[in-house]
Write a protein that binds this ligand. Structure first.
Ligand code: ADP
Length: 514
C-alpha cells in the first residue's frame, strides 16, 4: 500500500494513477501502441477529474475535511480554513479532536461505529471549536471513504457553519412569539394587497381565521366608502414612507364597522426593494366610544353654560356703563374685572364647543377674502383692555389680503396673544407682527416669558396637553388652546411653528398665502 506524505493516510487517486503509469510503461516496452493511446486517454481523464474535484472542494462554502480511522486529518479545504481558523499546514496530520469541544469527544467513536456499519451521517447538528476558542454551531454530513475492495479507510466530513442561521432562527422565533402574543392585529400582505400572514389577534379583531385570509385580498376588510385608502397607502409606501397611527374604519367578518388605528410599514428585501407591506391594526372602537361620550358631554355642558354666561356678560356691561355714568370708580373697577373674567369664561366655552365640533368633523370654514393686518389690529385693540398692564407691540406692516375664515383666524390670534401674556411676567413685552415675503404672509407672536423645553414643544399641540411644571400649577387652562390653533391652521393648509428657549421666551408663527 502506498503511503501519502502524511503518515497513515492513503490517497486513492494517487494509487490509481501509479497503477496506470505502471501499465503504460509495460505497454511502451511491448510497443503496444493502441494500449498506450488508451492508457494516455485514461490518465488525461483522471487528471481532468482530479482537477475538477479539487476545484469543487476548494470553491465550496462548506468545510470539506477528510481524516483517517485514527481521527487524523488528511485534507482540509479553504472554507475549513475560513470557518475554523487553521491553515491546511497547521492542521493536516493533527487529531480531529482539536476541533471538538471536550464535552463532545464521545461523538467521535459513536460516528465511527455508525460509519463502520456502512451508515452515512447526514445533517448532524453539533458544536465545534475554532482556533481562537470560539464555539460555533455546525451541521455535519459524514461519509465513509472506501478503497477499491470496499474497505473503509477514512472519513470525509462536510461541515457547514450554521451559527448565523441558528441566531437568525432564534431571533425569528422570538419575533414570531411577539407577533403571536400581540394584542394588535399584525398582518402582512404583498404589493397586490394579498394577505401573506395573519396573527391570532387579527383573527380575534376581524373574525376571519388565518386559513380564510391568507391568499385573500385585504380589501375585504375595507368598507365600501373607504376603498380608495388602499391604493393611496400602497403608493405612499412605494415612495418609502411609513404610515403611522392612521385612524380609520374597517369591517369585520360579521359586517360590524370597527374603529382601528393603523401603522403600516414597507417590507424590504436584502437589496432594499419593497416586496410587501406589514400592518399593525389596533382596535380603538372602545376608545372612540369613550371619546364620543366625552365630546357629547362637553358639547352639552358648554352649550348650556353659554346662554347664562351671555346674559351675565350683558348685565356686567350694563353695570359698568351705569358705574361710569355715576362716577362710581370702585364699582367700575369691579365691573371691569367681572367683565374680564366673563370674557375668559366665554373664550373657554367657545374652545370646548370648537373641540367637540372638530372631533365630530363638523368644523367648517367660512372662507372670505380680508385684510390680515386689519384683522390683527382689530384683535390687538380688543385684547388690550383685558391686559391693561401689558405692552402689546404691533406695528402695522404692508397690506396683505388673504383667503380664510376671519372669525376662526381671529380666535387663533387671541389664543396666541392670551398665552404670550399668560406665560410671561408682568411688564415684559409681547410682540405681534405680520411680514410679507414672496406672496406669503407670516404672522408671529413673541414673548419674553418662561419658554418651553424641546420635549414639551413636540407635544404642545396635542389635545389637553399642558406642561407639567410646579411653577405653572396655579395658571389656569385646559390645554386645548394650542390644539385648536393647530387644527384651525391645518384646515387653512397652514401649520403652527414654535421657536422657544426655556427662560428666554417663545415665538409662535404661521403663514398664509396671499
Ligand atoms: P392652556 O394655556 O390652556 O394650558 P394651551 O393649549 O394654550 O393650553 O397651551 C398648552 C401649554 O403650552 C400650556 O399649558 C403652556 O404650558 C404651554 N404654552 C403655551 N403657550 C406658551 C408660551 N407662550 N410660553 C410658554 N409656554 C406656553
Amino acid at each position: 500500500m502506498l503511503e501519502s506524505e502524511h503518515p497513515g493516510t492513503v490517497n486513492i487517486e494517487e494509487l490509481k494513477n501509479r497503477l496506470i503509469l505502471h501499465e503504460l510503461r509495460e505497454a511502451q516496452l511491448n510497443a503496444d501502441i493502441s494500449k498506450q493511446d488508451k492508457l494516455i486517454e485514461v490518465l488525461r481523464l483522471a487528471e481532468q477529474r482530479s482537477a475538477m474535484l479539487t476545484a469543487i472542494v476548494n470553491s465550496s462554502d462548506d468545510a470539506i475535511i477528510s481524516k483517517n480511522l485514527d481521527g487524523v486529518i488528511t485534507s482540509w479545504n479553504s472554507s475549513a480554513e475560513r470557518i475554523f481558523g487553521y491553515t491546511a499546514d497547521q492542521i493536516v496530520g493533527q487529531s480531529v479532536l482539536k476541533l471538538i469541544p471536550q464535552d463532545r469527544h464521545f461523538e467521535e467513536p459513536e460516528i465511527l461505529d455508525r460509519l463502520r456499519r456502512g451508515e452515512r451521517v447526514d445533517h448532524f447538528q453539533t458544536k465545534r471549536i475554532t482556533r481562537d476558542g470560539r464555539m460555533i454551531e455546525v451541521s455535519l454530513t459524514i461519509s465513509p471513504v472506501k478503497d477499491s475492495r470496499g474497505v473503509i479507510i477514512g472519513v470525509s466530513k462536510i461541515a457547514r457553519d450554521i451559527t448565523a442561521l441558528i441566531l437568525a432562527e432564534r431571533k425569528g422565533a422570538i419575533l414570531s412569539a411577539i407577533v403571536t402574543s400581540s394584542d394588535d392585529a399584525i398582518i402582512s400582505k404583498d404589493l397586490n394587497s394579498i394577505v401573506t400572514s395573519w396573527n391570532d389577534s387579527a383573527e380575534r379583531i376581524f373574525g376571519y381565521t388565518a386559513k380564510e385570509m391568507i391568499g385573500e385580498s385585504i380589501v375585504k376588510l375595507i368598507p365600501a366608502d373607504r376603498q380608495q385608502e388602499e391604493p393611496e397607502i400602497i403608493s405612499k409606501l412605494k415612495r418609502g414612507q411609513r404610515v403611522e397611527h392612521f385612524e380609520t374604519k374597517r369591517v369585520t367578518r360579521h359586517g360590524v364597522l370597527i374603529d382601528v388605528s393603523l401603522t403600516i410599514s414597507p417590507v424590504l428585501d436584502a437589496a432594499g426593494r419593497i416586496i410587501g407591506v406589514s400592518k399593525i391594526a389596533r382596535d380603538i372602537t372602545d376608545k372612540k366610544l369613550e371619546e364620543q361620550r366625552k365630546n357629547d358631554f362637553i358639547a352639552i355642558v358648554s352649550h348650556e353654560l353659554k346662554t347664562p354666561l351671555t346674559s351675565m356678560r350683558s348685565y356686567v356691561q350694563l353695570g359698568l356703563v351705569k358705574a361710569i355714568e355715576n362716577g362710581d370708580s370702585f364699582t367700575e373697577t369691579l365691573m371691569r374685572r367681572a367683565e374680564n373674567q366673563t370674557r375668559k369664561m366665554s373664550t373657554m366655552i367657545h374652545d370646548f364647543l370648537n373641540v367637540s365640533r372638530l372631533e365630530e368633523g363638523k368644523m367648517s370654514l367660512h372662507i372670505e377674502r380680508f385684510s390680515l393686518p386689519e384683522l390683527i389690529e382689530e384683535v390687538v385693540s380688543e385684547f388690550r383692555p383685558f391686559a391693561p398692564t401689558r405692552h402689546i407691540d404691533y406695528l402695522r406692516g404692508p397690506e396683505v389680503q388673504v383667503d380664510g375664515d376671519r372669525e376662526k383666524l381671529s380666535h387663533v390670534l387671541i389664543n396666541l396673544l392670551g398665552n404670550a401674556v399668560k406665560y410671561s411676567t408682568e411688564g415684559s413685552p409681547v410682540c405681534i407682527s405680520c411680514d410679507l415675503e414672496r406672496g406669503t404672509a407670516t404672522v408671529s407672536v413673541s414673548d419674553k416669558g418662561i419658554g418651553i423645553s424641546e420635549e414639551d414643544q413636540i407635544r404642545l399641540f396635542e389635545r389637553f396637553y399642558r406642561v407639567k411644571d410646579q411653577g405653572l400649577k396655579n395658571v389656569s387652562g385646559f390645554g386645548i388652546g394650542l390644539y385648536l390653533v393647530a387644527e384651525i391652521l391645518k384646515l387653512h393648509n397652514s401649520q403652527i411653528q414654535v421657536l422657544s428657549v426655556p427662560g428666554k421666551g417663545s415665538t409662535f408663527s404661521f403663514s398664509l398665502g396671499s
